[in-house]
Design a protein around this ligand. Structure first.
Ligand code: NAD
Length: 249
């Protein structure tokens, strides 16, 4: 029980096959109360109910600062305190540089990068007041290797932005007892790719992975658990690769 008595907020946790929901289940197994925030209100409520009693499912568009603040107020008032924030929500799009429209660029940056800032800003005052907190942010191997997996250059840019933002927050918030880290998964089998990733594409990617398989949502959940728990008490500003060795650097 690594999270006994702790409370966690997970954005983008409503998708049943997603990384956020797999993490929520693992956190509950380890004794945490969890609030799932997702743009899909109904799915968030249903996901929270599936976790058992005492958990929350709240509608929140992480690219909207007011929505993040309202969600934070609701969770803090229900739980009394929040120990862990996972900035996990994200969207992707498989297009090439010249195909990225102005709207696509702003949409991908708004959810993947701006959302990390807005949701963190909503919880930082509370964490600061308690002199404690662990924030983990979702980046991607796409940020490190310049895409080439599924998302386009705007997705790589957005996820690279997360790395810089998280490291800067780690530096700034360390004196307040707040740790900020990132995970950089390789290709994880969830619904984010829709039906656009063919079996042939998956086989080609798996052939380049030393551990010989694509990732599962629970693979990333384990890294999130480590970063959320006190096992990582002296780790901040770090980036944990969860990619089967796809990018050894
Ligand atoms: P997923 O589609 O199951 O999860 C994304 C979740 O974010 C969904 O529940 C969706 O409803 C939610 N969401 C979308 N826009 C939102 C918004 N504006 N506000 C709040 N919630 C919003 O897919 P996943 O693969 O579990 O993705 C989780 C995270 O992992 C994403 O940030 C993704 O970019 C990242 N990631 C995924 C992979 C992969 O291969 N699957 C690899 C690296 C990083």
């Amino acid at each position: 029980m690594l999270l006994k008595g702790k409370t966690a907020v997970i954005s983008g946790g409503a998708g049943r096959r997603g990384i956020g929901f797999a993490t929520a289940k693992l956190f509950v197994e380890h004794g945490a109360r969890v609030a799932i925030l997702d743009i899909d209100a109904k799915a968030a409520a249903e996901a929270a109910a599936d976790l058992g009693t005492g958990h929350l499912g709240i509608a929140c568009d992480v690219s909207n600062a007011a929505a993040c603040k309202a969600a934070a107020d609701e969770v803090i008032s229900a739980f009394g305190h929040v120990d862990i924030l996972l900035n996990n929500a994200g969207i992707t799009q498989p297009v090439k540089t010249m195909e990225i429209t102005e709207a696509d660029w702003h949409r991908i940056l708004a959810v993947n990068t701006t959302g990390v800032l807005f949701l963190s800003q909503a919880f930082i005052p509370h964490m600061r007041s308690r002199k404690a907190g662990s924030i983990a942010c979702m980046s991607s191997v796409s940020a490190q290797r310049g895409g080439g997996i599924f998302g386009g250059p705007h997705y790589s840019a957005a996820k690279a932005g997360v790395l810089g933002l998280a490291k800067a927050m780690a530096r700034e918030l360390g004196p307040d007892g707040i740790r900020v880290n990132c995970v950089t998964p390789g290709l994880i089998q969830t619904d984010i790719t829709g039906d656009k990733l063919t079996p042939a594409m998956k086989a080609e990617i798996a052939a380049g992975i030393p551990l010989g398989r694509l990732g599962e949502a629970r693979d990333v959940a384990g890294a999130y658990l480590f970063l959320a728990s006190d096992l990582s008490a002296y780790i901040t500003g770090a980036v944990i690769d969860v990619n089967g060795g796809m990018l050894i650097h």
